[in-house]
Design a protein around this ligand. Structure first.
Ligand SMILES: [Fe+2]
Ligand SMILES: [Fe+2]
Length: 298
């Protein structure tokens, strides 16, 4: 538990709850009028459906939760707040990982309020439609247009551009009227939902690691192509490598590296020390860029 600057004040730092015991992790405050509880649930430890007379205010701090409220199951992620009036059936479970939530219950429930009523169970939900499959299908539908772009790129080198007029116009039409609208729809509908799940589960830098794996695979392929007699496809692989590296650096520099500026001073100093090898490894410091940043940052 965090320090208490004034009697009765409770501060719990993020990520501090790890009780490993029953579903109710820790009562922070209990008075005749309310109880404030920090809940930690796992797929094995849920609050089963019950119907207490108390009102419940729930705030999700970490992970993904499913709240049963009445006969509806509500999907909740960090930042979501729910209010369930007294006398309404409620339950809380964590489909995977770990869920941390702050629950304010008023008035404090009596022990018998947690008793499970016979017949109160989680309603069956079924799988429902899969939005990922809708996007995969759109991608498959766009692949013909992408294949034409690849074909056009191959033909374009060494061809008089004036001969390619209709094909170039068709390519532009495909980009403007099919590919870019698809991308915009993803930004409007898909990415905000992905972001909600990322906030709960982490993994925001997985796309960057994916690029690194792609670079490793292309490098291996290139080595294979070079060692084969004809070096078939080496030119195309080099092109792909250059494009992937450029795009990757752009993403790192425009989107990720600026976020490091929001770290506290200590974290930034520690990070720079690690990057340049620390006091013992300083001699191996590998480039002026990091050293310059360190000096500028002071
Ligand atoms: Fe897409
Ligand atoms: Fe990188």
């Amino acid at each position: 538990m965090g320090e208490a600057p004034t009697a009765g004040v409770v501060v719990v730092r993020a990520g501090e709850v790890r009780s490993g015991e029953g579903p109710v992790a820790r009562t922070l405050i209990e008075s005749p009028t309310l109880r404030v509880v920090l809940l930690e649930l796992t797929p094995e430890r849920e609050l089963p459906p019950h119907r207490p007379p108390s009102h419940l205010f729930l705030s999700i701090l970490d992970g993904i939760g499913e709240l049963l409220a009445g006969d509806a199951i509500l999907w909740l992620s960090p930042g979501d707040v729910a209010v369930v009036p007294g006398g309404t059936v409620r339950g809380l479970r964590c489909p995977e990982g770990r869920l941390v939530a702050l629950a304010v219950v008023t008035p404090p429930p009596a022990p018998e309020d947690h008793r499970q009523e016979p017949g109160l169970t989680w309603p069956e939900q079924g799988q429902g439609p899969d939005p990922a499959e809708v996007i995969r299908q759109e991608h498959r539908g766009l692949m013909d247009g992408v294949a034409s772009l690849v074909h056009l790129a191959r033909t374009a080198s060494g061809t008089d551009l004036s001969e390619l007029g209709p094909a170039l116009r068709a390519a532009t039409h495909f980009l403007e009227h099919e590919l870019l609208p698809h991308a915009r729809a993803e930004e409007r509908l898909i990415y905000p939902q992905v972001e909600r799940v990322l906030r709960a589960c982490g993994g925001a830098t997985a796309t960057m690691e994916y690029d690194h794996r792609r670079l490793e695979a292309l490098t291996t392929e290139l080595a294979g192509a070079i060692s084969s007699a004809g070096a078939d496809g080496a030119g195309e692989l080099l092109q792909q490598l250059a494009t992937t590296v450029q795009m990757h650096f752009d993403k790192e520099e425009e989107l990720y590296l600026p976020l490091l500026g929001r770290l506290g001073r200590d974290d930034r100093e520690e990070l720079v020390r690690s990057l340049v090898g620390g006091p013992s490894g300083a001699a191996e410091s590998s480039g002026p860029a990091v050293s310059d940043q360190k000096e500028d940052g002071r």
